[in-house]
Structure formats: C-alpha cells, structure tokens
Design a protein around this ligand. Sequence first.
Ligand SMILES: [Mn+2]
Length: 337
Amino acid sequence: MINFKSFKYIVDSNKKFVITTHINPDGDALGSQLALAYFLKRLEKNVHLINHSPTPGNYQFLDEDDLIHQYDKKLDDVILNADVLIAVDFNEITRIKSMVEVFSKSKAYKICIDHHTNPKNFVDEFFCDTEYSASGEIVYELIKRYDRNLIDKRIADALYAAIMTDTGSFRFERTSPRVHRIIAELLEKGTNPTEIFNKIYNELSIAKLKLLGNGISNIRTAFEGKIAYVIITREMLKESEANEEDVDGFVNFCLSIKSAQIGILFFELKDGIKASLRSKDTFAVSQLAEKFGGGGHINAAGIRFYDKKLDEVITILLEQAEKDLIEFEKRGTNVKV
Ligand SMILES: [Mn+2]
C-alpha cells in the first residue's frame, strides 16, 4: 500500500531533493525520475538528478534541459546536504554502484519509489507496490494525488515513456484498465504516442541491428522448445561494433517463438555475465532468478553472475529452468507457498 499522505508531507516539508535511479537506466527509470523532477520543480523545490550511468541516447529527448548528471565525487556535497534522497525504480542499494557509499552516508531522509519484488532495507520509507506495471504508474498516482493540475505535457511525456517501455508497449501482464486510464489522461495533456515510440524504439544504430541479427540467427532452444535463448558474447559485440546498451530488449525476441514459455538472454559483460529472463503466462521467472541471487517480476527478471564463465552459467541456469518448468507443469505454478 502506498501512503499518499506521507508523500505529500515529505514534499511539503522539505526543500532540497536528489533523485537517482539504477545502473543502465531504462525508460521507466528515466521517465519516472524526470517526471518527479519536473513536478518538484513546479513546486519550486531544489532538485538534482544524479545517476551512476549516462542516459542512453534514445532517452535524451525526455531531458531537454540536461537535468541528469552522471555521478562524480564532486557531487557528493549535493547528496550529503540533501533533505530527501529519492531512489526510483530499484529497491536495493547495490543497483546504484558508484553511488552506494555516498547514498549510505547521507543523513537525508531516504525514500524508495518502486514496483519490484523483495525490497531491501536501505531507505526510511517505501512507496512501493508490485501490482503496478511501472514505477511511472506509481509516480503518476503520487503526483495526481498531490495536485493533478501539476501534470503538464513534459511530465506526461516522461510518464508515458516510463509506462510504455515497462509494459512492453501495453502488452505485458500488468497492463490493467488503470494503466489505460492513466495513458488516456496523459494523452489529454498533449503526449503524442507515435512521436515517443519512434524516438525510443525507431532510432536504432546499424550496429545494434546487426548484433540483434547475429544473436537471433543463433537462437537456441531447450526442453522441447519451451526454453528459447540467445547468447551475446564479447566477440559478437566487437564484430558488430555495438556497445552494451545495444543489447537492451534482445531477450524479448525469445518469446516470439510459439513453443517458448521462457526466454533467456545470456550476455557476456565486461565484468561478469548477465542473464535476462522473460516468460509467458504465470511462470514466475522472478522465482527462478532469486535462486541465483537475482530478482524481478513474474514475467521479467534478471541475474548477474560475477564469478562464473558463460558456458557454466548457461548450463546451470538451463538446468534449473527446466526443473522449475516441470514443477510448474505439475503444480500449475512455480511460486513457493
Ligand atoms: Mn520499472
């Protein structure tokens, strides 16, 4: 349950806000962060946006005033002297990497606005609910209940981007009637869906498209085609002259195979291996991810491995996925009771 009154109190009784989001931010992370910033600025608050990662080029249009700064030690004073630190779209401190130390050290009142499962205890107050499709949906409710007249086109665009990207363009599980009602209100504020979709998704580089082609042409399946997976290695990255952000979204193609119930992307990072998991229906990839120290949602989750080789990760994860699928087929769920 989200305590809207408490949020209003925090906003009204403080002046200096710092908002941050997770490593490799996606549309929901950035859209939610910027919408909050535009809202607080309309209330004449002092707002700083500081992230570990740079903003990917296709989301830059949401931040026309260049409000987002990449973290640097020079910004420590801003973070240490803030009244309120807002963590948006993540729920454990390790997700902010280089900022962990200063975030922990700051005496500011810390709040978390998020929709992922299993929040860790790293803030003073949570505005979290896993029922929401996107952090942007929560941010919308927070702003609306504060004062709906504050939602202008800029805020609407940022929230639209947040919700569109986290619902897979309004098709994932938690795309509820409420989501569409919110979207209707955002469109009434002047948001143009075609324009935002094109800016986010139709500005791919040739490098990304080539890498995607390479990944897809080597797609593999396991367990009678019920698991489909794509592997992206450092070498493939180099060959296509793509960068790590280019791999965003590749995992979703795995589920376009009819027989596939689980889709996995194995991605060899500079530092470790990342596995992105997706599923159809009610198979909870979050449960699978948690077995390896990862997490996420029912239909979308992720795991990071730091001390294993790619082949090893593929073997152990596929083995566990198969076991969990067998259990899912037997019991109709893979969620622990
Ligand atoms: Mn999100």
